[in-house]
Design a binder for this molecule. Structure first.
Ligand code: NOJ
Length: 561
């Protein structure tokens, strides 16, 4: 078994979505100087690495994931010298910075695409994926991940281009070696500027089935997701190996690939410590436990059994061979306390329980801005208050298909990405202290109760609990390198597991319900003496673990002797 020690295994990452983090100039949009002003706050949390969602030049159809210049900074966020100051200030505090690389597509305003669309003879025509229509329709029946067809007709040349995401995010043609090398050059350029690595966007989509055939369509729908033709396709590892050889391996870069559609078995090919292309991948299986067969908007109640199964498969699947990334939230997902906890009565308890759950697993934890104070989902009554292209496209297409408006809104309330994109709640002043202007998206109305300033003052806050969890990982190698083992697999209410390293065993017990739950440990564990490392209730519990009565959303971490 390999337990090589690396700095990125021992790190805790904090993700910043710059548009919503901190606005320094009152235009209602977060910016680089805003981030710089909060670096001491981030340092005080104890985090090691900042992952910056895209800050490149972009017309913002998809908030920066539509890049029009990979080597310039978005005007709304500041200048390249602001960015250089940010990097220097992050490094000066002993932290690291990773950038978000978007290699699957560009903006339709990228000069490459402008040239590509200008004529069929353009030398850059083949940099994107152009096809003539079929019988007056799109070249195939693929559906965009953001609803509607994955093709857009372009009048200039009378052909269609492919866009797996929004129509303003044309897919690059990765079959073209010149395109691939342009992307590697961009990567090397940023690495040479001194960044510490990349989060790599939508990487599983870069390879498409040759010939771009129609996808199976038994129900005769106008468009189908066609994942079998553009998600983790055979041949993708040739591209990734080349990316590693040409760019990543030349630097000590930390890498995490965003890999929808990848199982733990597939993941080993990505992250095997000897032969993998990245250090880590973001798995999606956990994020799918509350989706029905119709995909993310098809709401389904999640079950603890499925959550345990997914986590255990990933923990055991990569054990000793690769390394997990651990996350419950990011800018694409709803807030975890609203999704897996209770954002009303047990807000504090359940947010802390969830923090314990994911931060005590084996892997590198990624905390998303606002998660550390238990920010919650939001319910805007009007669709006009939503800004996300995915939400707006879904709303339009779903109504077109005849879905009821209130059902569509319920899906958006549960799953919409804007849940994670409301401004960071810094304090109880106007606009949560995020901006002195009008924020680009409304602030969650609960900022008076949930904000950083209030939680800094309360030693029992979610924020202080996160700090303690981060510190605990630093002090206990078993929490980083220890082996994971699930216990009480069949229990429907309690999730319990151990972490074992050398001669040390740590026991984690989590009540995932709003009920009081009795819990018996197997004899092999219950006879040990237990010492509390952290817990989310202030109780005078006697430290016998023979038979426990867990309070709602209680989390307990013990060192066993
Ligand atoms: C995944 C990113 O996280 C998401 O925000 C974006 O919309 C898509 N990839 C397309 O770049």
């Amino acid at each position: 078994m390999i337990v090589n020690k690396y700095w990125w295994k021992e790190s805790v990452v904090y993700q910043i979505y710059p548009r919503s983090f901190m606005d320094s100039n009152g235009d209602g949009i977060g910016d680089l100087q805003g981030i710089i002003s909060k670096l001491d706050y981030l340092k005080s949390l104890g985090i090691d690495v900042i992952w910056l969602s895209p800050v490149y030049q972009s017309p913002n159809d998809d908030n920066g994931y539509d890049i029009s210049d990979y080597q310039e900074i978005m005007d709304e966020f500041g200048t390249m010298s602001d960015w250089e100051q940010l990097l220097a200030d992050v490094h000066a505090r002993g932290m690291k910075l990773i950038m978000d690389l978007v290699p699957n597509h560009t903006s339709d305003e990228h000069p490459w695409f402008i040239e590509s669309r200008s004529s069929k003879d353009s030398p850059k025509r083949d940099w994107y994926i152009w096809r003539p229509g079929k019988n007056g329709k799109e070249p195939n029946n693929w559906e965009s991940i953001f609803s509607g067809p994955a093709w857009k007709y372009d009048e200039t040349t009378g052909e269609y281009y492919m866009h797996l995401f929004s129509a303003r995010q044309p897919d690059l043609n990765w079959e073209n070696p010149i395109v691939r090398h342009e992307i590697y050059n961009v990567m090397k350029w940023w690495l040479a500027k001194g960044i510490d690595g990349f989060r790599i966007d939508a990487i599983t989509h870069i390879k498409k089935t040759a010939g771009l055939p129609d996808a199976a369509n038994p129900e005769g729908k106008p468009y189908v997701p066609a994942l079998e033709h553009h998600l983790n396709r055979p041949g993708i590892h040739d591209f990734l190996q080349e990316m590693k050889d040409e760019a990543l391996s030349k630097y000590e870069a930390m890498t995490v690939g965003e890999t929808p559609g990848v199982s733990p078995e597939d993941a080993l090919e990505y992250v095997n410590e000897m032969t993998g292309k990245f250090n880590m991948v973001f798995q999606f299986e956990l994020m799918e436990i509350d989706s029905g067969p119709g995909g993310k908007w098809d709401l389904k109640l999640w079950r603890l059994r499925d959550l345990k199964k997914v986590i255990t498969r990933w923990q055991k699947g990569l054990e000793g061979k690769g390394w997990n990334s651990l996350y419950l939230e990011n800018h694409d997902q709803p807030r975890s306390v609203s999704r897996f906890g209770d954002d009303h009565k047990y807000h504090k308890e359940s947010a802390k329980m969830l923090a314990t759950f994911f931060m005590m697993l084996q892997g590198t934890p990624y905390i998303y801005q606002g998660q550390e104070i238990g920010m919650t989902n939001v319910r805007f009554s009007s669709i006009d208050d939503y800004k996300d292209v995915e939400i707006l496209n879904y709303y339009r297409e779903a109504l077109k298909e005849g879905k009821a408006g209130h059902d569509v809104m319920e899906s958006i309330y549960s799953k919409g990405r804007d849940n994670a994109r409301t401004p960071m709640q810094w304090d109880a002043t106007q606009n949560a202290g995020f901006s002195s202007g009008t924020p680009w998206i409304k602030v969650n109305p609960n900022y008076g109760q949930i904000n950083v300033q209030q939680q800094l003052q309360d030693p029992d806050s979610i924020l202080h609990y996160y700090k303690r969890l981060i510190a605990l990982r630093k002090q206990n190698p078993a929490l980083i390198y220890g082996t994971y083992d699930l216990i009480a697999e069949e229990n429907e209410k309690v999730y319990a597991y151990t972490r074992t390293f050398e001669n040390e065993t740590i026991l984690v017990i989590l009540n995932f319900t709003r009920e009081t739950v009795p819990f018996e440990l197997p004899d092999s564990l219950s006879n040990a003496t237990a010492q509390v490392m952290i817990r989310n209730y202030q109780t005078d519990r006697s430290e016998t673990i023979h038979s426990l009565i867990l309070q709602p959303y209680e989390a307990l971490v013990y060192r066993l002797n």
